[in-house]
Design a protein around this ligand. Structure first.
Ligand code: AP5
Ligand code: MG
Length: 210
């Protein structure tokens, strides 16, 4: 968990590699659906471009279907889900149905003042999903993905105007979820400002295992 631009996707790439588990990002799934112009993609676009949450019915069904797949049997990392209390309750039910136990909730803490710059300066690879920043995390060659050589793009919702709505949505709908999980003693709060490798070390130390 963490506000837009906290580094969820950046740290998820390290976690996926180190723990050898799938990284399940509802945002990435929606963006793929939008690229393919599926029914879900067309519906999601109406909300994502404005910085609002996609309706729970659409999102919860997508997650349930994904978590039922075989590669989730040995564990997985959710990124960007759940994002409000009804989604957390739906997830509890999915876990019950699939006999899954939640181990930890990693909360990446970053002051709002740095988030706008991080989000507006982000560039992503449309092909492999790698994420960069125009000053903080530059690709080796300007505008080109280090991993697969594709031309980097800017997400349509990464504008100064949209990020304001996304931060409001986070404060009003997502942040209250921290209490939901604190009551279950699951929250590991990590300082998300500083070197990305050092932040990952903190995550590893707080979560343990490998
Ligand atoms: P989603 O894709 O989940 O976006 P988000 O939560 O807004 O978060 P971001 O992806 O913007 O940030 P991040 O924390 O992953 O940061 P990153 O690592 O890239 O959701 C998008 C939309 O989809 C939502 O608005 C909603 O409409 C919809 N949606 C998704 N899930 C949904 C759900 N469950 N229900 C309903 N709707 C849903 O880093 C950001 C930048 O900072 C990068 O440029 C990076 O290089 C840089 N950076 C990272 N770490 C550091 C560091 N330590 N120091 C300096 N720079 C850093
Ligand atoms: Mg992300």
């Amino acid at each position: 968990m963490g506000p837009p631009g906290a580094g969820k996707g950046t740290q998820a790439a390290f976690i996926k590699e180190y723990y050898n588990i799938p990284h399940i990002s509802t945002g990435d799934m929606f963006r793929e659906a939008m690229r393919n112009e599926t029914k879900v993609g067309i519906e999601a676009k109406k909300y994502i471009d404005k910085g609002m949450l996609v309706p729970d019915s659409v999102t919860n069904a997508l997650v349930k279907e994904r978590l039922s797949q075989a590669d989730c049997k040995k564990g997985f990392l959710l990124d960007g889900f759940p994002r409000n209390i009804p989604q957390a309750e739906a997830l509890d039910q999915i876990f019950k149905d699939l006999n899954i136990k939640l181990d930890a909730v990693i909360n990446i803490d970053v002051d709002f003042s740095v988030l706008v710059d991080r989000v507006v300066g982000r560039r992503v690879c449309p092909k492999c999903g790698a994420s960069y920043h125009i000053t903080n995390l530059k690709p080796k060659k300007d505008g080109i993905c280090d991993v697969c050589g594709s031309e980097l793009i800017q997400r349509k919702d990464d504008t100064e105007e949209t990020i304001k709505t996304r931060l409001d949505v986070y404060s009003n709908q997502t942040k209250p979820l921290l209490d939901y999980y604190k009551k279950q003693n699951l929250v590991k709060t990590i300082n998300g400002v500083g070197d990305v490798n050092a932040i990952f070390e903190d995550i590893k130390n707080s979560v343990g295992g490998n």
